[in-house]
Design a binder for this molecule. Structure first.
Ligand code: NCD
Length: 359
């Protein structure tokens, strides 16, 4: 079943040295775009977007076109055979014979991992449910490098929907691999960071605090990463409305931030940053979105020229054991081999990282 390609499912599957190379390439592409204008000539990238997207999809498409390649794909599953009930395996299998790289966004957690098992070309995870978003993290890392000049010794505040925000999960996991980064997690009780992400920080000896007030924490930050409350991940409208306007960054709050704190946001912004903040020179979210094109150019070029590969599934199957995360792709697509990492009574689903009790 498994195919050998350099997929990007989770950044933490790769060593920091690999990320550094992609970031350095992104930096060079930003400064010398003409050098790269035909490095993907004759190649095709397919975008399979089962969930709405503006920046991720278009920046990938723009990136491939700027590298001299071509693009195909869908951004509305209702106009593809998905609406006829086709499973992810068949769609992926077929489109991977039409393209040289697949970029997949899907509402189920672990969907890109699942697609990578049967794809005949590399798969890039462009967001799998509330789980991970590694290419947004590469964008964020390039932005930090360009704008702060470093990826270490940073105090980063993350505010908003830390439970469902996949950009937050990927970014924290990545920044915890650099020395002396600290995190301030600013959220309501119900939207706190998942335990598995906190455990990664603990294993990497990263200091973090969990607080509820943005006002009280803003003055100590080098970076403030605002996020949208992820309406589509809530089970009811009432639950969403209860959380919706808890955190709003405005000009008044910015008065308490340091002169060199930068404000990032993966976008789309809803109400969590007042439009008046856009004119503040510390508001870098639009620039961040532009960096997304350079880093995706670097990523596509890297993956299409990759020599080294990673194993697909490294975990084990246990008879009768299934993932307990109702949003995990393995609970939607029956043919997928279940696979769990770790030893002992509690193991982790290899697709979505859910903790599962064996006995
Ligand atoms: C984010 C996403 O889709 O997870 N957007 C993006 O990719 N730039 C954040 C969000 O939707 O809130």
């Amino acid at each position: 079943m498994s195919k050998d390609f350099q997929h990007l499912i989770d950044l933490n599957d790769y060593p920091v040295s690999w990320w550094s190379k992609v970031i350095e390439l992104g930096h060079d592409i930003k400064n010398n775009p003409q050098k790269y204008s035909d490095v993907c000539k004759g190649k095709i990238m397919a975008t399979l977007f089962y969930e709405p997207s503006t920046r991720t999809q278009m920046s990938f498409q723009s990136a491939m076109i700027r590298l001299g390649g071509n693009i195909i794909g869908f951004d509305n599953p209702t106009t593809s055979s998905v609406s006829k009930g086709e499973n992810l395996k068949d769609t992926t299998k077929v489109i991977s014979s039409y393209a040289d790289v697949l970029v997949i966004r899907h509402p189920c957690e672990g969907a890109s991992k699942a697609a990578s098992l049967t794809s005949d070309c590399p798969v890039i995870n462009a967001g799998d449910g509330g789980h991970l978003h590694p290419t947004q993290t590469l964008t964020d890392l390039l932005t930090l490098m360009e704008e702060k000049g470093r990826l270490d010794n940073l105090t980063v505040g993350l505010c908003g929907d830390l439970k469902n925000g996949r950009t937050v999960h990927s970014l924290c996991k990545a920044l915890s691999c650099y020395p002396n980064n600290q995190f301030v997690f600013i959220s309501t009780e119900d939207l706190k960071l998942p335990a598995y992400v906190k455990d990664v920080l603990t294993v990497n000896n990263c200091k973090f605090t969990e607080v509820s007030s943005l006002d009280e924490s803003i003055s100590n930050l080098d970076v403030l990463y605002m996020t949208r409350i992820q309406k589509e991940r809530f089970s009811s409208e009432e639950e969403y409305l209860a959380e919706k306007d808890t955190y709003i960054l405005d000009r008044k709050k910015m008065l308490n931030a340091s002169r060199d704190m930068i404000v990032l946001h993966p976008l789309p912004r809803v109400e969590e940053i007042s439009v008046e903040v856009d004119d503040d020179e510390r508001a870098l979210y639009f620039k961040q979105a532009e960096y997304g094109v350079y880093i995706r150019m670097a990523l596509i070029a890297t993956i299409l020229n990759a020599k080294t590969i990673l194993p697909n599934l490294i975990g084990q199957t246990y008879i009768g054991v299934v993932c307990t995360n109702p949003k995990c792709i393995t609970n939607y697509e029956d043919y997928l081999p279940k696979s769990f990492r770790g030893i002992g009574d509690i193991v982790e689903c290899e697709y979505c990282d859910e903790r599962v009790l064996l006995r």
